[in-house]
Design a protein around this ligand. Structure first.
Ligand code: IPE
Ligand code: IPE
Ligand code: MG
Length: 246
């Protein structure tokens, strides 16, 4: 499908899509190939949504890759997930760069291995001037961590007399969250059937349209993505107000 026909199909598109890519483990187990292989297949689905966003000119995509709570998994699985991240940074960054994708990472990155941190820094630097899509990967991210680091930053401003207590506002909090440079998500997608936020963007999702589907992430293809976007296009967003017919 050409860019223009895609745009015509989706006159109402989200500006920012945030996705919890869930269900890899169950998918792998059900297929008899194991959880770890499920994760590997899941990584290849990232391309599907990245390409979809570029085609449809959706400028922001945020993907939850590893939560602050995912350290609670068996060591072997955590190591595998870190290896997948590291290999993806080796293999995929060049192509993303050629497709004008700007990479961004949110989460407590300094808790990751120095090698991964270096690869992340390099990927961010290499792609920093790209404008087709801002692809944010949440790694070791938790909404509560984000709000905590935000509170600490603001408290330091007050302590250093750079800010008065009365100047603390919702806008300031939004700016001081790790997502400060991103618009709030318009559409949240969670695959895998669970209906919860699992400590994803807690503040940022306040007025986001939520879309949950039973499809496991490795099966989330272009068609499933378009279905989510079609559902979004039919939603009426009121932001607490009322919508009149005119
Ligand atoms: C999501 O898939 C990927 C990560 C959390 C890293 P899961 O691993 O949570 O898959 P299920 O939910 O156990 O099937
Ligand atoms: C959320 O999925 C985190 C990611 C997809 C990275 P989980 O599978 O960790 O969430 P819970 O444990 O079902 O809430
Ligand atoms: Mg899960």
């Amino acid at each position: 499908m050409s860019d223009s026909s895609e745009s015509a199909l989706f006159p109402i598109r989200p500006n920012h899509v945030a996705i919890i890519m869930d269900g890899n483990g169950r998918w792998g187990t059900k297929k008899g190939i194991g959880r770890l292989e499920g994760h590997r297949r899941g990584v290849s689905r990232v391309k599907t949504v990245v390409e979809g966003c570029i085609q449809l000119k959706i400028p922001y995509l945020t993907l939850f890759a590893f939560s602050s709570e995912n350290w609670n998994r068996p060591r072997q699985e955590v190591e595998w997930l870190m290896r997948l991240l590291s290999n993806s940074l080796d293999k995929e960054v060049q192509e993303l760069h050629e497709n004008e994708v700007q990479l961004n990472f949110i989460g407590e990155i300094r808790a990751l291995s120095p090698t991964i941190q270096e690869k992340i820094d390099k990927a961010v630097q290499t792609t920093s001037n790209n404008t087709a899509l801002v692809l944010t990967i949440a790694v070791n991210y938790g909404g509560r961590w984000d709000l905590t680091q935000c509170c600490r930053r603001i408290a330091r401003f007050v302590q250093n007399e750079k800010l008065s207590v009365d100047e603390i506002s919702p806008d300031l909090i939004s700016q001081q969250l790790i997502t400060g440079s991103l618009p709030e998500p318009d559409l949240f997608i969670r695959t895998g059937g669970e209906k919860r936020l699992s400590n994803f963007l807690l503040w940022q999702l306040a007025y986001t349209e939520l879309y949950f589907c039973d499809i496991q992430w490795p099966d989330f293809d272009q068609e499933e993505f378009l279905t989510a976007l079609q559902t979004y296009a039919k939603r009426i967003r009121r932001f607490g107000g009322i919508v009149t017919d005119s």
